[in-house]
Design a protein around this ligand. Structure first.
Ligand code: HEM
Ligand code: HEM
Length: 304
């Protein structure tokens, strides 16, 4: 699904939404109550009822989404209407209360409504922005997540094979770096992404090993073969006398390739997470809104 729902049937629901907004604004402008405009005038009650009906209908979308065999129109159409009429609610609720806000349960329902709408806007943004980023991130690999992970495992295996020939110390270092590579361990990690620490420990160990050197040792996690990297490779090769420069170079190339791939896998996970996590906020806030709205209406009639 992408943002084509915004243009559904040539913006049909945008037109309905603008018509509803226009009608509310005109009626509000013509309305001349004896008291300052508020939720208690006939227009206040009318707009409040329309707003509440809209909220129930917007909530119904969660149910409609899961009715695969429903005949009530296409899901794309529903989403289009949901987005545009959800926006109209902002104007309708503001006119309903005549711009009067206080520290009470009425205003709480208004604030929750605004938060639901903001989270919805973020949702639309994710649909517009992330699918293209996902495709770009996977570009030239034509790869599905599982294949990516298999490729990471393959690079690990090749690294270990070379490291094996370079002695116990290198083997241990590579093994540890493999063990520390975490992909999608937690929601937070998925959102933040990044692989800053993945090869950091490995780099530190090598640094401490050659720390007394006068030569500038580049961190392994950077593309080491660029700009005079040969020097470093030669130096590292000297440190591991049993290994040839070719082996070191090959190992560093593999590490760089793995780092690039892991970054892409992390980005893939991050985009997917960002595309779905907002919905939990949207739904949770919607439920809180429903509770506050019921409290608002009940309290209004209770004190009537
Ligand atoms: C069946 C639907 C609704 C009815 C019958 C209704 C009724 C009322 C009434 C009678 C008032 C005036 C209260 C007073 O002056 O003390 C009011 C105020 C208000 N309503 Fe509603 N309302 C409804 C829906 C909504 C909705 C959907 C929202 C927004 C989510 C909302 C937000 C507010 C706010 C912010 C105020 C102003 C509170 C204040 O003056 O501090 N209402 N409503
Ligand atoms: C008070 C107003 C709103 C309420 C109560 C509401 C409620 C809901 C509910 C219950 C769902 C279904 C979520 C699920 O079950 O997965 C949903 C989905 C969604 N809403 Fe809202 N919504 C509101 C306003 C908005 C607005 C203004 C926008 C956009 C600007 C928006 C954008 C979306 C999107 C993009 C989805 C996800 C559809 C999908 O992933 O299939 N919503 N909303």
């Amino acid at each position: 699904m992408h943002v084509s729902f915004l243009a559904y049937r040539r913006f049909e629901y945008l037109k309905y939404s603008l018509a509803l907004i226009g009608l509310s604004v005109i009626t509000y402008a013509l309305h001349d109550p004896s008291v300052p405009p508020n939720g208690g005038t006939w227009l206040g009650y009318t707009l409040g009822t329309v707003g509440a009906a809209l909220i129930f209908w917007l909530l119904w979308f969660g149910v409609r989404k899961r009715q695969y065999h429903s005949h009530l129109g296409q899901l794309t159409g529903w989403l289009s209407a949901h987005v545009y009429l959800g926006f109209a609610l902002l104007v309708i609720a503001t006119l309903h209360c005549g711009f009067q806000f206080d520290w009470n349960v009425h205003t709480l329902s208004y604030v929750l409504m605004v938060l639901v709408i903001i989270s919805g806007m973020y949702g639309v943004f994710t649909y517009a922005y992330y699918p293209a980023r996902l495709t770009q991130n996977r570009a030239d690999m034509g790869i599905r997540p599982m294949t990516m992970l298999r490729e990471v495992a393959d690079l690990d295996r090749r690294c270990l094979k070379i490291a094996d020939q370079m002695g116990d110390k290198v083997h241990q270092m590579i093994l540890r770096s493999i063990e520390r590579t975490k992909l999608g361990a937690s929601l937070w990690r998925n959102v933040l992404g990044g692989v800053g620490t993945i090869l950091g420990d490995l780099t530190d160990e090598l640094k401490s090993d050659v720390g007394r050197s006068q030569l500038p040792l580049r961190p392994l996690a950077t593309p080491i073969m660029q700009q005079g990297g040969e020097m470093t490779v030669m130096y590292v090769a000297n440190q591991f006398a049993s290994a040839g420069a070719d082996q070191v170079k090959e190992l560093l190339d593999l590490i760089n390739a793995k780092k690039a791939l892991v970054t892409r896998v992390q980005d893939d996970l991050r985009y997917h997470t960002l595309m779905s996590v907002w919905r939990y906020f949207h739904v949770a806030l919607s439920i809180a809104l429903l509770a506050a709205l019921i409290a608002h209406v009940v309290s209004v009639f209770f004190y009537w």
